[in-house]
Ligand binder design. Structure first.
Ligand code: CA
Ligand code: CA
Length: 350
């Protein structure tokens, strides 16, 4: 069991309340058994941070830190699945199961998922075989299959889009994949839900600090409400303010991905919002925490419960719940950005 430097430096003469918090944080900071089995649930295509986060997962898998069990998608457009398969194939993992929802939410192709169909001299620029929308399995089926085959209390889910798929998973009944209901499967198989959604600080807008109704919440408020209320394992939320404060340096897009003539991550970034734009790293932060919860990249709030209000605002109440949100110091911000840059730009293994 490893401790973070910060834990070791924490003063011994702490008050009782702080002591309880310290003990819990300390337990949560244990190094996970490696490789961490991870499911990536994403609205890939609505913003480019999902793509960099998926690249990070492949780098972490190549390093033996995680094992990608499946990717499930909450953007209701089949090109999201095709582009995901193209990225997975680029990293030598073209057989990773991919599932999608039929929700009607964000059905547009988006700016960069069209790269899945891009051809040069009649050949796909980014080869993949998940092309026919009828071939793409349902996300809940993919989630249930991945969980049923996993060791108990081992799986970490990084949810970086809407809560549609995980809410539908909770509602699912026993079937020929597993006799357990969705909620029972989650309870038995999942260790942690690391989620990019909500906001736990006010956000600067037009010179004022204002409440922020975060995109991943407002696009499917009933699903987010159900998740916050009923998800039976610990949840760590990366609020809007975390990724906003960790901008991806655009110089990395210009310099670090040139090891191949066409890179799906760099081309997606350029199509979405080209350099010199420094894109916030929202979804990457949830992946980093999911795989390295013990390395002090972030601090955690006290434990409690998150409630999703009918208008999409997220509120946190300290207390008995098993939910926390990420916090970030300036020193951590510098470490996090370097880790995210180096991991997302790491070349595939030959
Ligand atoms: Ca494939
Ligand atoms: Ca996303």
């Amino acid at each position: 069991m490893k401790r973070t430097t910060q834990t070791l430096m924490f003063p011994v003469f702490i008050c009782c309340a702080a002591s309880a918090w310290f003990t819990e944080s300390h337990l949560q900071a244990e190094e996970p058994h490696r490789p961490v089995p991870i499911i990536f649930d994403t609205d890939i295509g609505n913003d480019v941070d999902d793509v960099l986060a998926l690249g990070m997962i492949h780098a972490l898998e190549a390093r033996g830190d995680c094992r990608l069990l499946a990717v499930t998608i909450t953007k209701d457009n089949p090109l999201a699945a095709s582009f995901t398969d193209a990225v997975n194939t680029f990293y030598g993992k073209g057989d990773i199961p991919i599932g999608i929802c039929k929700s009607g939410v964000t059905p547009q192709p988006g700016k960069f998922n069209v790269l899945a169909e891009k051809k040069d001299d009649g050949k796909l620029r980014f080869p993949h075989d998940l092309k026919d929308p009828k071939q793409i399995p349902d996300a809940v089926t993919v989630l249930r299959t991945a969980l049923a085959g996993a060791e108990d209390h081992s799986v970490v889910i990084a949810q970086v889009g809407f809560s549609t798929n995980l809410a539908n998973l909770l509602k699912s009944s026993g079937d020929n994949i597993s006799s357990l209901t969705g909620e029972e499967l989650v309870k038995q198989k999942v260790k942690l839900l690391s989620i990019m959604a909500g906001a736990f600080e006010k956000i600067p807008r037009k010179g004022k600090m204002v409440d922020h109704r975060e995109y991943n919440i407002v696009k499917d408020i009933p699903a987010a409400q159900q998740l916050a209320r009923e998800w039976p394992t610990p949840i760590v939320w990366s609020g809007f303010e975390i990724g906003l404060n960790v901008a991806y340096p655009h110089e990395s897009i210009e310099e670090d991905y040139n090891y191949t003539p066409h890179h799906p991550l760099a081309e997606a970034y350029i199509l979405y919002n080209p350099p010199p734009h420094d894109r916030p790293t929202w979804d990457l932060t949830s992946v980093l925490y999911a795989v390295f919860p013990h390395r002090g990249y972030f601090d955690l709030s006290e434990s409690g419960t998150v409630t999703v209000q009918p208008d999409g605002l997220t509120t946190f109440k300290p207390g008995d719940g098993q939910q926390r949100y990420l916090k970030l110091t300036d020193a951590q911000r510098v470490r996090v950005v370097e880790a995210l840059v180096q991991l997302s730009s790491q070349p595939p293994q030959k």
